[in-house]
Design a protein around this ligand. Sequence first.
Ligand SMILES: Nc1ncnc2c1ncn2[C@@H]1O[C@H](COP(=O)(O)OP(=O)(O)OP(=O)(O)O)[C@@H](O)[C@H]1O
Length: 267
Amino acid sequence: MLRLKTLTKTYKTGDTALKAVDLEVPSGQVLALIGPSGAGKSTLIRCINRLVEPTEGEVWLDETELTGLGAGALRRARREMGMIFQEYALVERLTVMENVLSGRLGYVGFWRSFLRRYPQKDVDEAFRLLDRVGLLHMADKRADELSGGQRQRVGICRALIQDPKLLLVDEPTASLDPKTSRQIMRLITELCRERGLAAIINIHDVALAQRFVPRVVGLRFGEIVFDGPPDGLTPDKLTEIYGEEDWEATIEKVDEDEAESEGEAAE
Ligand SMILES: Nc1ncnc2c1ncn2[C@@H]1O[C@H](COP(=O)(O)OP(=O)(O)OP(=O)(O)O)[C@@H](O)[C@H]1O
């Protein structure tokens, strides 16, 4: 269980990106975080693992208050939170396998990782994960030889090999085409289900969020203005989150995508 209590972040510039946010995410639950640019989505995700230091409030992961940890304890606690990034954050000149194994850096000692001597069980798990995401045959390729969708699959494996309790996912599909975006969202949500993993997925594409997750949280100006199932996102609610827009088009898009996905499944 992840719990945020009155989580607040004011940057040095004076921008208050989060205003006393309270949020509970039960173990194994996947939720999408939506909201307009600047609403505080990235800040919220990054305050959880303290890549951004919250100004006030608490973050609890099960019985650990992450906001109260010193550097060493925080490093250990971060093993329990895998992160997936929009721009993949792979090391381009390393192979797919080496990039996946780098997810174990928080566990193996410095010299072992420096010499890239990972324990055999880590290597076995990396092969298993690559097989699961359909990239086994690419294990020895350099990261810079991959397509965007393939890179994101490597990013997913790197996060999962940490064996986390929680995935923090920041715009996983923003650099991908619509079909690859759906494949990646489907993969992330399936893997979470298989592993009983909780996830917070920061995503711009409302239709994609509605299609794949059971709970959507809407942020506006650093506050939660919606928290509910995807079908609760009525045009009025979307206007409250994003401002005036023709929402019928977005909602219809879900239906069209649905038809297309049935087509895909039949392929
Ligand atoms: N490093 C920073 N220094 C100062 N202000 C920042 C910093 N990062 C974010 N902000 C401000 O905090 C607010 C929230 O930004 P954040 O990036 O969390 O929003 P977001 O919802 O993720 O936006 P986007 O969808 O565009 O990524 C914005 O007003 C932004 O300008």
